[in-house]
Design a binder for this molecule. Sequence first.
Ligand code: UD1
Ligand code: CA
Length: 450
Amino acid sequence: MSISLIILAAGMGTRMNSDLPKVLHKIAGAPLVVHAMKSGQALDPVKTVVVAGHGAELVEKAVKAYDPDAEVVLQEEQLGTAHAVAQARAALDGVEGDAIVLYGDTPFIRPETIEAMIEARKENAVVVLGFEAADPGRYGRLITKGDALEAIVEFKDASDEERAITLCNSGVIAADATVLFNLIDAVGNENASGEYYLTDIVGIARSRGLRAAVVRCDEAETLGVNTRAQLAQAEALFQTIARNAAMEDGVTLYEPETVYFAHDTVIGRDTIIEPNVVFGPEVTIESSATIRAFSHLEGCHVSRGATVGPFARLRPGAELAEDVHIGNFVEIKNAIVDEGAKVNHLTYIGDAAIGAGTNIGAGTITCNYDGVFKHKTTIGKNVFIGSNTMLVAPVTVGNNAMTATGTIVTSDVPDGALSIGRVKQTNKDGLAVRMFEKLKQMKQNKQSGA
Ligand code: UD1
Ligand code: CA
């Protein structure tokens, strides 16, 4: 059966106290709305519709960046969750199968949970995701009779007896798309909030003799973000889940609570991550690599057996081949470092290609930027770049070449050549001693006021 996603993301999120629409606040480097989309993506939806309102243009940009096929529809006025879903009707015209309603501010719904809802749909017209709330607060309450769901009552409209119910509505609902829109047509707004409640569709379905049911999940899965404090909680929860998942996948984390993952970090088996490592988006690391303490990685790929850090920074476009060594205080950006090459100390490599087996000495800099354009540095195989070499790009160093310490390389170095470009050294006999005595004498004169 085909699945469509309707993601509600029109709310302003007043309590975030932000210029940014709530669903664009990030956890693990991805906007909340993208996390909601990812929850549903595992079901291979035929169509994803995001209902946006406040900051719709920005929301659309973020949504399309993650999934260019997703459609963003506008809900100009936020008249309630049923009204929000109704805005997706045209986008889903002619689309058959189930529609799953998710909230853009609720990032932790697991794909397995949605699958359980789709399974329950076989016997029921409407399936609602519920949870036992530790503190039911203002959540909608689920009115059940045995296994059947009879109605959802919003807190504002609930009697004391109904408010005593602890089984609450997460907001996630599954129904056949056509049935869903038919039910929504019957929803009115005569209630305590004057809003069109999506939750009313359960009572309406029952009055039409259709069955409804609850699928239950842990409360943690339904965590929604309304405040900066909840955003921080969500980040912490994401990190806990990601750390545990990495360790289950065979990644060693010596001090898991100091390692920060992005939403899309991929790490292979038997890789070791030392403490205080931060992963930005789009990092993939193969197996048996070592990421040493205090390193920061984003948009990069690290191959099998490579070592990075401590205190290394891999920026977007850094591609490390197998057994590469990147050492302390080294920054690599948009550069391919080929098999077994070593860049061990205090170095900047940007917009470059470094051949296999090459050794880059301490303090080497690819001078890639002239203030306007970026230029490329190409270094061949088995090259030895002496310490403190400045490679003024665009420039090429051939295979098996060498640069002398302190050389400023401004023109290409042929294969096998030694490039040396520095001021010739001269030694003045005895001058150091004479100078030193003179300076000491000056100091003494100063102190005695002479
Ligand atoms: C809703 C449910 C409640 C449930 C709770 C779980 C209804 C009527 N109530 O209440 O049963 O326990 O979620 O968190 O559905 N939105 C729009 N357009 C609108 C209104 C809302 O896009 O016109 C979006 C919001 O941005 C938000 C989501 O829908 O992401 C839920 O809306 P919200 O106003 O937070 O609903 P609650 O009152 O919390
Ligand atoms: Ca809410």
